[in-house]
Design a protein around this ligand. Structure first.
Ligand SMILES: NC(=O)c1ccc[n+]([C@@H]2O[C@H](COP(=O)([O-])OP(=O)(O)OC[C@H]3O[C@@H](n4cnc5c(N)ncnc54)[C@H](O)[C@@H]3O)[C@@H](O)[C@H]2O)c1
Ligand SMILES: N[C@@H](CCCCN[C@@H](CCC(=O)O)C(=O)O)C(=O)O
Length: 412
């Protein structure tokens, strides 16, 4: 049996749904539930319009509400719940999974709505409860986190006795031809990027000012791009699971235009996540004003382009990988493993751009790993704690092929 319930119907969920129906031999029953059922139905229609004749159920659920989730889980009885909603919903969905005997998978770690801060402690705290219930929870199964951890596990298994230096490098060299847009949920993305930087060195976490540390790195088929040191969640689990790591860092590229807009957004107060009072006209009596509370960043999301609509005119590609230095048989070696993904190819296949594609495909592969019984063990786990080999094999088959460079210059 492989009965899967996916929560969310956004960009990442759209790609994962396409990939699930392309692997219909593995997934026997599939339901998509989100805050608005109409959005789920629209997604199913887009899948049927592409010629996939697969029966998909849909439902409405508010994933902030554990009771609503429990009612849905008890009704559909999924074996695995795939959380592709927002990081705010991780804990409510995990709670409902425990209450209803469902396994769990997500792509981003929990974040409280009122604090732009992400860390695994909230979800790791569920380890014992999942163990006792005999249920598996797979955390962070997108690209980064996700494939970045699986690449590291693969390197540790096949190429190193000791990983000492790990740099995760994430480049989006695509152009969507908009003045400013984010590639996934703008609220989550802007919260992430405007945080202080953080990296790990010699057993300590070192904080930097936001985007203050940067250097030019060369990406395959792309060339040199300015890359900024950021905090990214997978570093937290990777340095714990690979204690030989002396230094772990994460780099993401940004163009100057993007940074100029980001600076304006922050200076105008539009990245604020606290509530402000606003006098708004009543919908049916515009001459009358009513005081409402709004969160500026949520308002900004409403006026920015929807990341799901960027695909059509998007050109260029992403390049995400791990640059590793360490020891094998007493000798120092370097290793670079990466994937390049073209936005247009992602769009032609799924209607979504490359950033949604690079996240949705690994989410489906993790779902497949669970359903095939290859990644199952009671508890709460990060992806690098499972066997990377069957996942790596699927990356090559499912549209995200990987490439390796041995003993090259890592530039880091
Ligand atoms: N690991 C990675 O590489 C990576 C990269 C990009 C995005 N992500 C994560 O993927 C997830 C989805 O991103 P996206 O770009 O598709 O976002 P999106 O905003 O396009 O989609 C989110 C979906 O969740 C639904 N949703 C939100 N709140 C809900 C609630 N309370 N109840 C039910 N449904 C709710 C929305 O209606 C929407 O359909 C996010 O958690 C994001 O952080 C991970
Ligand atoms: N995998 C990433 C996806 C975000 C890519 C962000 N880069 C920016 C750069 C935009 C630009 O420089 O024009 C983007 O929005 O693509 C993640 O985990 O967060």
């Amino acid at each position: 049996m492989s009965k899967v319930l996916m929560i969310g119907a956004g960009g990442v969920a759209t790609v994962a749904a396409f990939k699930i129906v392309q692997n219909a031999d593995v997934f026997t029953e599939f339901m998509i539930a989100s805050r608005r059922k109409a959005k789920c139905d629209q997604l199913v229609k887009s899948i049927h319009d592409k010629g996939y004749n697969y029966d998909i159920k849909t439902a409405q659920v508010d994933a902030d509400d554990v009771e609503q989730l429990k009612a849905l889980f008890n009704d559909f009885k999924p074996e695995l719940v795939v959380n592709l909603a927002l990081p705010y919903q991780d804990l409510t969905i995990m709670e409902a999974c425990l209450a209803c005997g469902c396994n769990y998978l997500d792509t981003a770690n929990y974040e409280p709505k009122d604090e732009a801060h992400f860390e695994y402690s909230w979800q790791w705290a569920y380890k014992e409860k999942f163990e006792q219930a005999g249920l598996t929870a797979i955390l962070g199964c997108g690209f980064d986190p996700g494939v970045s951890g699986i690449y590291t596990a693969y390197a540790a298994k096949h190429h190193f006795d000791e990983i000492q230096y790990l740099d995760i490098v994430d480049c989006n060299a695509g152009n969507h031809h908009k003045a400013f847009a984010t590639n996934f949920n703008p609220e989550i993305n802007i919260r992430e990027i405007t945080q202080k930087g953080l990296y790990y060195e010699d057993g300590k976490w070192i904080e930097t000012e936001p985007l203050a540390v940067h250097k030019t790195l060369t990406y395959p088929n792309i060339g040199g791009r300015e890359s900024y040191l950021m905090h990214h969640e997978e570093l937290e689990s990777l340095v714990k699971n690979y204690p030989t790591i002396k230094r772990g860092r994460f780099w993401m590229t940004f163009g100057q235009q993007y940074l100029t807009y980001l600076d304006c957004i922050e200076n105008l107060g539009m990245s604020r996540i606290d509530e402000i009072e606003y006098e708004a006209p009543l919908a049916d009596k515009p001459e009358q004003k009513v005081k409402v509370k709004i969160v500026p960043l949520q308002f900004l999301k409403a006026v920015l382009p929807n990341p799901q609509d960027l695909g059509e005119n998007y050109d260029g590609e992403t390049s995400i990988g791990c640059r590793i230095r360490g020891l094998k048989d007493g000798k120092e070696h370097t290793y670079y493993i990466y994937n390049n993904c073209k936005h247009q190819e992602a769009y032609n296949e799924t209607g979504m751009q490359g950033v949604s594609y690079t996240t949705g495909v690994p989410a489906m592969i993790g779902t497949m790993m669970f359903c095939k019984g290859l990644w199952r063990k009671p508890g709460v786990w990060n992806v690098e704690e499972f066997d990377p080999d069957p996942f790596m094999e699927q990356l090559n088959k499912q549209g995200l092929p990987w490439h390796e460079v041995f003993d090259g210059d890592l530039e880091l």
